[in-house]
Design a protein around this ligand. Structure first.
Ligand code: TMP
Length: 236
């Protein structure tokens, strides 16, 4: 049995024979409200592995450096090992969720330009919002790394937004994480899935993402399946 290096809310990370590579295993566990709400989304691990593998391949073709090497099985992918920078980067096109609440606008308010936000990745502190300067002041990253992360988030947004629009999906917002690889490069890591992005049907604004679980709307599995269908034309 390979050594488990880390277990998070949605994934497990295992060592491999190569010190620069890890296997990431996608679980069905779903949490919301920073872990206060627990549940399971049937086959979420399988669906999210498919979706994030698809997005990372697309981003790679568009010049974004990332940790994904290849999909190994239904729930596993081989990735470059990185040291995660403890900053969650949220990029938004349309106000929803915490932003709509904070700014007192309706969900669906179209931002005048994409907004990039930084949060400190800490369950104990509930992922507080920080400014980019915090990353440097607390020694998580250099100024250059923070600038690169911001640029990457905006480029990822542009690629995904255009691609999804062709498939009748509106990219409302999404969260990304970045890591430093063995050569010192900052690369995209973690996942991009309906767990970590808001995806709305283009015509109806129907939610096709984890908000269906967070808000007890039902139809969660169907929404994830629909995203796969739109991306690949396949069911699961
Ligand atoms: P928010 O509106 O709750 O701040 O979420 C913005 C986006 O970031 C949304 O697509 C969900 C995603 N997100 C995560 O992936 N993990 C988190 O811990 C949080 C707070 C948000």
């Amino acid at each position: 049995m390979a050594e488990m290096l880390y277990e998070g809310k949605a994934k497990k990370v295992f060592a491999t024979a190569d010190p620069n590579e890890v296997v990431i295993y996608y679980k069905d566990d779903a949490t919301a409200l920073n872990g206060a709400k627990h549940g399971t989304i049937v086959d979420k691990g399988i669906m999210n592995n498919t979706i994030t593998s698809f997005f990372f391949e697309l981003l790679g073709k568009n010049g974004i450096e990332h940790h994904f090497i290849k999909k190994l099985s239904d729930r596993e992918q081989l990735c470059k090992k990185v040291k995660i920078i403890p900053v969650e980067v949220v990029c938004r096109n349309i106000a929803a969720g915490s932003l709509a609440k904070k700014m007192g606008v309706e969900e669906g308010y179209v931002l005048h330009r994409p907004l990039v936000e930084f949060y400190y990745k800490s369950d104990a502190l509930d992922d507080p919002m920080i400014s980019p300067d915090y990353g440097v002041a607390f020694g998580f990253a250099t100024d250059e790394q923070i600038a690169k992360i911001r640029d990457m988030a905006l480029k990822i947004n542009a690629v995904l937004k255009d691609f999804l629009a062709e498939r009748k999906v509106r990219l409302i917002d999404f969260k990304t994480e970045y890591g430093v690889d063995s050569e010192g490069n900052v690369i995209l890591a973690d996942e991009i899935t309906p767990d970590t992005a808001r995806l709305w049907d283009w015509d109806t604004n129907e939610k096709l993402d984890k908000d269906r679980f967070r808000r007890d709307m039902g139809g969660v599995e169907e929404a994830y399946h629909e995203i796969i269908r739109r991306l690949t034309g396949e069911g699961k």
